[in-house]
Design a protein around this ligand. Sequence first.
Ligand code: SF4
Length: 315
Amino acid sequence: MENKIIFGPVKSRRFGTSLGIDLSPAFKQCNFDCLYCELAPAATVDHQSSSVAVDDVMTALQEALDEHPHVDVITVTANGEPTLYPHLDALLERIDALKGGTQTLILTNSAALTNPKVFATLLKFDRVKLSLDAVTPAVFKKIDRPHPGIYAGGIVEAVQRFSREFHGKLYIEVLFVHGLNDSDDEILALNDALMGVRCDRIDIGTIDRPPAYPVQGVSYSELHAIALQFDPSLPIHIASRIHAESCISAYSDEEILNTLDKRPLTPDDVELLFDTASKMRLERLLEQGDVAVRESAGVTFYIPAGNIARKRSKA
Ligand code: SF4
């Protein structure tokens, strides 16, 4: 059992070297049954019927940390939804007592933020990643298939309130599924909701692994087009590259500055969008000081130098 509770360490560009804790190692326990879930479909639940003991988690974590002392992040996750774990607060207290300089991170679908106890526990993490796939009730129900009694409106309000009270690093993740939450109307509604969220980064992505149900992801160029529909002040980052197809084009100096003005690009975006001559033009704009490099929550962005002060973030 202990071996299954801890996984990794895995290296991620976004979070560093991470050791994972699975708070539902035996089977999937989740309050959503998302169409795109990489786990097999399962009936939703609003509490765990089988939970590992805090002592067992801590023993496994200590062993893993002895073996891998140089991890950046201890990531609390689950085969399902980690906030359903009934001893989350007590577990976090024990992790905090031994973690030293390592950061704690939890990945959650955000639904349990409407529960004041879970809300208070999540405030104590160093980093939190909240998923928010849809904000209109019909689309939310269709894509995330929540447990009865879970509503989009309550989650959006809780996410916005949490973002104001949380002092750590906050990431939002929006996963786009073809034909479901990629309509102009839904993106507009998501944009309005996210304008009320103070966060370090908004990762937009799509299906990277075989989904539970027969749904399809969107392409990289569609994600890029979606990114452009959000308000430029939002810290949007395209996180999925698996469907990246070649959309390499030539950009003049002016087009580079206009593109970066609408949406800061990462070096990965530049690789996928710019031809060789355009990359050289970008280099020159960097040397001239017309384009600046901005680090945001572990990700590098190119941004017009004049816009440096314009980007929103919690910092
Ligand atoms: S919230 Fe996560 S674990 Fe639960 S069904 Fe959705 S994708 Fe799967």
